[in-house]
Design a protein around this ligand. Structure first.
Ligand code: M6R
Length: 357
């Protein structure tokens, strides 16, 4: 039930701090240690390469999962769009592990890949919000998201839940392999939950940004580097699917290789700046587009902010920053869609779970 909320999407955005805490709780044992079933840890440890298979928003979560698994657990990862994988299978290594990420657990494109890799005899793990869903039943192992039902077509809390579960899987695998990740994930996820809360409490500011940057535009670009690039892809998808504004996410350095030709007087460019190592270069990219007339909206993080930034997010661990920086993406898209009188929860041409190829 959406209760007093005008839309499920807004309710689901607001639920994210609670979902973060629920996930940490669900993955803790009696001694407050993060745990994952030993069979899954063995499968992770035995894999010489991991293939993440997903679609849409879940694919975007997979891009971040790759960073976590590679950086924390030190296993090489490839991320694949499910609908492509079945027709264009990469050369597989000897001991691959397949991780399916799917909110619904019913996406046909991913199911087809699961059938194929099972025929080849490879192990599979599904990360899903729906216990008993097809992907969960048909794969060897399952990790649940504990996000509660997601009703709005635009995925919000499932994305942050997927990222949180991927961080836990990576950290626990690292520990299982005797690797030190260098920080306390439970503590950092607690800080993240508070930072998300601070964002969802800033609805007026988010609505104002949507008004200032998106009320009349035909198109919009999202730029970022490293983790911020992946969040920009998700920001663009969110904005497209519910507000029908044409939006694209780019790596900050890539615009000048062609797309910068589309920048006109007033074109909104939403730039994320949460990563210290690339802060100067993303700021440089903003100057490049501003010099061509773009209307830049910079979303930065405490410690990296500069005068004129539209929003400064509370400081969190840089690897976990997508959990926080995606919140303004979701809320700005929500308000942009609302101002344009779009059907926020049920955008045209879309279904909640895509069960056809
Ligand atoms: O249920 P799934 O996670 O497998 O769904 C995948 C995509 O269809 C889904 O994420 C879609 O992109 C959303 N509408 C995005 O908001």
């Amino acid at each position: 039930e959406k209760g007093t909320y005008p839309h499920y999407m807004l309710k689901e955005i607001d639920e994210q701090p609670a979902v973060m805490r629920k996930i940490v709780q669900a993955y803790q044992n009696g001694e407050d240690q993060l745990t994952i079933q030993p069979e899954i840890l063995d499968a992770m440890k035995n894999a010489d390469r991991i293939h993440i298979i997903a679609a849409g928003t879940s694919y975007h979560a997979g891009l971040i999962g790759k960073e976590y698994i590679e950086k924390m657990a030190q296993i090489p990862v490839e991320v694949h769009v499910a609908s492509e994988f079945g027709y264009n299978m990469p050369l597989l290594s000897e001991k691959p592990l397949f991780i399916f990420i799917s909110q619904s657990g019913e996406t046909a494109d991913s199911r087809q890949v699961l059938v194929k890799i099972k025929e080849l005899g490879h192990p599979s793990l599904t990360i899903t919000n729906v216990a008993g869903s097809t992907l969960s039943r048909e794969s060897d192992y399952t990790l649940l998201l504990y996000a509660g039902p997601e009703i709005a077509v635009a995925s919000t809390k499932a994305y942050t839940a997927q990222i949180a579960v991927l961080s836990i899987l990576s950290a626990v695998t690292a520990q299982f392999k005797g690797l030190d990740i260098g920080f306390d994930l439970v503590q950092e996820l607690g800080i993240v939950a508070n930072a998300i809360q601070a964002q969802v409490d800033m609805k007026e500011e988010m609505e104002q940004i949507a008004r200032d940057f998106l009320s009349t535009t035909r198109n919009c670009f999202f730029i970022g580097r490293v983790m911020d690039y992946f969040v920009g892809l998700e920001g663009a998808l969110k904005l497209k699917e519910i507000s029908y504004i044409q939006a694209e996410g780019f790596a900050g350095g890539e615009l000048k290789h062609g797309t910068i030709a589309l920048i006109e007087e007033g074109t909104p460019v939403i730039a994320l700046a949460t990563q210290e190592a690339v802060n100067l270069s993303i700021r440089g990219n903003v100057k490049e587009v501003a010099a061509r007339g773009a209307h830049p909206c910079i979303i930065s993080m405490e410690g990296l902010q500069e005068e004129g930034d539209s929003l400064v997010l509370p400081k969190v661990n840089e690897l976990l920053s997508p959990l926080v920086s995606v919140i303004p993406m979701q809320l700005i898209s929500y308000y942009a869609a609302l101002h344009r009188d779009c059907d926020v929860d049920k955008p045209r041409n879309l279904a909640k779970s895509v069960t056809v190829e």
